[in-house]
Design a protein around this ligand. Structure first.
Ligand code: ADP
Length: 225
């Protein structure tokens, strides 16, 4: 078996622990994503997909269990190191594009690279390359408001890949689009992921999209099956 890019082992997570409003979301969830593998995470709304993705992407900390990225265990790292690892190794895509409205598509893909230490020239070249791959080269100078929903989401894909992450985490990445656009934009995402050999964990309600990935796992009762 190839080496795991992401390994979650025995993840437990609850909110408002010890209070009457306590919610236990994850109860020993374990899952691996191999290098270059694209895994679909299917679960009903409220099952804890976002919680699991945030823990996998070092945006949140589990109450128990371990997270390993590329074979390295992430427990016990300082917040500063976690942020550095996240910025360099993990790309996120959300249901809503969350692009910066006052900046062009190009700038939205350049900015995270500058934050990661790239020169402007290198960042712009990479941004143009990525936007070209998703068919948006001619739209690079446009602000998000001038783009369609599917185009905005394609820019968000480029932004997620801007720093050449090793792991892509996506939370309903086409969930906000009409079915035909969702289908087409998902195809663009898969091509991008395959062309870079990226590992990905993609949460979706859509079983047809899930079936286009390498493997499907389900999250229910706080565990991955
Ligand atoms: P999904 O992404 O599968 O819809 P989430 O991970 O967003 O699920 O949420 C799982 C459960 O945890 C839900 O019942 C939600 O209400 C609860 N939850 C999420 N975040 C918090 C929080 N910060 N405080 C309290 N409950 C939360």
């Amino acid at each position: 078996m190839s080496e795991a890019m992401l390994a979650l082992d025995g993840i437990e997570k609850g909110y408002n622990r010890g209070k009457p409003s306590e919610v236990i979301v994850l109860r020993g969830a374990s899952l691996t994503v191999a290098k270059g593998e694209v895994v679909a995470l299917v679960a009903p709304s409220g099952a804890g997909k976002s919680t699991l993705l945030h823990i996998a992407g070092l945006l949140d900390v589990a109450d128990a269990g371990t997270v390993s990225l590329g074979g390295a265990e992430m427990g016990g790292l300082s917040d500063r190191v976690r942020t550095e690892v996240r910025r360099a190794e993990v790309g996120f895509i959300y249901q809503f594009h969350h692009l910066l409205p006052e900046f062009s598509a190009l700038e939205n893909v350049v900015i995270p690279q500058l934050a990661n230490g790239a020169t402007r020239a290198a960042a712009e070249a990479r941004a143009m390359d990525l936007l070209g791959k998703v068919g948006l080269g001619p739209r690079a100078g446009h602000r998000p408001a001038a783009l369609s929903g599917g185009e905005q989401q394609r820019v968000a894909f480029c932004r997620a890949l801007a720093n050449a992450p090793k792991l892509l985490l996506a939370d309903e990445p086409t969930g906000n689009l009409d079915p035909a656009t969702s289908d087409q934009v998902f195809g663009v995402l898969m091509e991008l992921v395959r062309s870079t050999g990226l590992s990905a964990l993609i949460a979706t309600h859509n079983l047809e999209l899930a079936a286009r990935m390498d493997r499907v796992v389900r999250l229910s009762a706080g565990q991955v099956t």
